[in-house]
Design a protein. Structure first.
Length: 217
């Protein structure tokens, strides 16, 4: 299944606790991802949300957060996991690549924010930098994911990196300030200079800045 939806401001794409049947790619506008009263993320165009549906092939798991449009005319395209597999079987890799790039972007953002935090312990810096540099070095391999089996392997690895880095970030950084984001953005540009993924990462930091401003409002 594949369908395009246009959402008005404050309309729900899905609610926390709904069955996780599909993933969604934002084409226009913005989504806020909310768990309870907490905004845990802002999703901008080309970013993917709801990728956990792939783990259960669209059956059984429940949404851990709600996705809500925060602009009028927010356009998303939903895909069932089976549709993504079918696309790979037909040598169509665009959506799969968007999913993998989103996961790598999220993990890289988290790791960069950890190593640039003023309060980071020196013991943290070397292993976190090692993982970040390893991800930078794996970008070419990411572009070469051309079949469903390889996609699933990359998906599970990057999901694990993203989740672990998110836990580390939330444990070590209690408040995301403008100074934190400024240092992290400068480090991101240094690490990924000349890389095709740099514009994507810049968007992730823009989304993080919007989230911080949302929480301050």
């Amino acid at each position: 299944m594949q369908r395009k939806l246009t959402l008005s401001k404050n309309a729900y794409l899905w609610e926390e606790g709904d069955q996780a049947r599909n993933i969604a790619v934002v084409e226009q506008g913005k989504l806020a991802v909310r768990s309870g009263d907490d905004v845990i993320g802002i999703v901008l165009p080309t970013m993917v949300v709801g990728e956990a549906a792939i783990n259960s092939n669209g059956n059984g798991s429940r949404r851990s957060a709600s996705a809500i449009a925060i602009e009028d005319d927010t356009i998303v395209v939903e895909y069932a996991p089976a549709r993504i597999k079918e696309a790979y079987d037909n040598a169509e890799t665009a959506v799969g690549q968007q999913i993998l790039i989103t996961l790598m972007g999220q993990a890289s953002r988290n790791l960069i924010m950890v190593i640039t935090s003023e309060d980071v312990h020196p013991l943290t810096v070397t292993p976190v930098k090692g993982l970040l540099n390893g991800m930078v070095g794996s970008l070419d391999a990411l572009q070469n994911v051309q079949d469903w089996k390889s996609f699933l392997t990359a998906f599970h690895v990057l999901t694990s990196f993203r989740d672990a880095s998110e836990h580390l970030r939330r444990t070590l950084i209690t408040t995301v300030t403008g100074d934190v984001l400024e240092r992290a953005t400068a480090t991101m540009k240094e690490h990924f200079s000349g890389s095709d993924i740099l514009p994507t990462l810049e968007e992730f930091f823009r989304a993080e800045k919007e989230r911080a401003e949302w929480l301050e409002a």
